[in-house]
Ligand binder design. Structure first.
Ligand SMILES: Nc1ncnc2c1ncn2[C@@H]1O[C@H](COP(=O)(O)OP(=O)(O)OP(=O)(O)O)[C@@H](O)[C@H]1O
Ligand SMILES: [Mg+2]
Length: 268
């Protein structure tokens, strides 16, 4: 196997007395798509932030996160594009969206303002904002929630990063919009040959869009591997429970009940 883009080695993170992650190790292949799944509070965002270099000050991290092929630590915004839950966090409400995107482009590339604006329109078009060119001068509040998410995505891609980290980028939106956005993200990442790490609650989406799946449970990585293996032959009872809880109503009732029965789980 070729050298991974990213290697997480025995990473632990605590917030005061709360252990958010314990001894997590995983590799992310160059060009790979890794989905992080697990219940609320299991440490998904903490791991995503640790990799992005965005842990809050009060967090203490042990272990290491290395980028084997890179000569220096990747720069956030340049080498790593992030899209977090709340697009308000990445979009400036009082700045026209075209200027925001163009500014990111110009922060990382020696290019003219006009050329950067043209690229911004191009990016808005790629994230499917209708009439992109004429919307460059609109402010964030003039777009729908789903469009703002897509603009945040355009912003994350503006500096041509090699890794994109998306944390629940859609949970504030309805599930149909969510799926559109993750599917779009995956398409863009494939077109550009980027590496993707995304956090999701949606196992079906993970199975469609990720080639690797890592399952967190109470801060520990209980399972990781090829998506088909993790979902097809889950080794850990928690993964089985997650998949069980997701079984659709088409699944025979007997099987669903067997999968969801907590007595069969032996959870700690
Ligand atoms: N800034 C913080 N200060 C203190 N504790 C935190 C902080 N951020 C997260 N935690 C705690 O760390 C643990 C892991 O949280 P994290 O946000 O990583 O979970 P998550 O898997 O992303 O959950 P969700 O699915 O709800 O987003 C939780 O117990 C949480 O309460
Ligand atoms: Mg989270």
């Amino acid at each position: 196997m070729s050298e991974p883009l990213l290697r997480v080695e025995n990473v632990g993170v605590t917030y005061g007395k709360t252990v958010a992650l314990a001894d997590v190790s995983l590799d992310l292949a160059r060009g790979g798509r890794l989905a992080l799944i697990g219940e609320s509070g299991s440490g998904k965002s903490t791991l995503a932030m640790a990799i992005a270099g965005l842990l809050p000050k009060q967090a203490r991290q042990t272990g290491s996160i290395v980028f084997p092929g890179a000569s220096a630590r990747p720069r956030l915004g340049r080498d790593i594009g992030v899209v977090f839950q709340d697009p308000g966090g990445s979009l400036d409400p009082v700045m026209r969206v075209g200027d925001q995107i163009a500014e990111v482009i110009r922060a990382h590339e020696d290019t003219s303002w006009i050329a950067a604006r043209v690229r911004a329109a191009d990016l808005m078009d790629r994230v499917r904002i209708p009439k992109a060119l004429s919307r460059l001068n609109s402010y964030p509040h003039e777009f729908s929630g789903g469009q703002r998410q897509r603009i945040a995505l355009a912003l994350a891609l503006a500096a041509n990063p090699s890794l994109v980290i998306a944390d629940e980028l859609t949970s504030a939106l309805d599930t149909v919009v969510q799926r559109h956005i993750v599917n779009l993200l995956d398409e863009l990442v494939r077109e550009d040959g980027l590496t993707l790490l995304f956090v999701t609650h949606d196992i079906a989406l993970a199975s469609e869009r990720a080639d690797q799946i890592a399952v967190l449970y109470k801060g520990q990585l209980v399972e990781q591997g090829a998506a088909a293996d993790v979902l097809g032959q889950p080794a850990h009872p928690y993964t089985k429970a997650l998949i069980g809880a997701h079984l659709s109503l088409d699944t025979p009732r007997q099987k669903r009940l067997a999968e969801i029965n907590p007595d069969s789980l032996n959870l700690p």
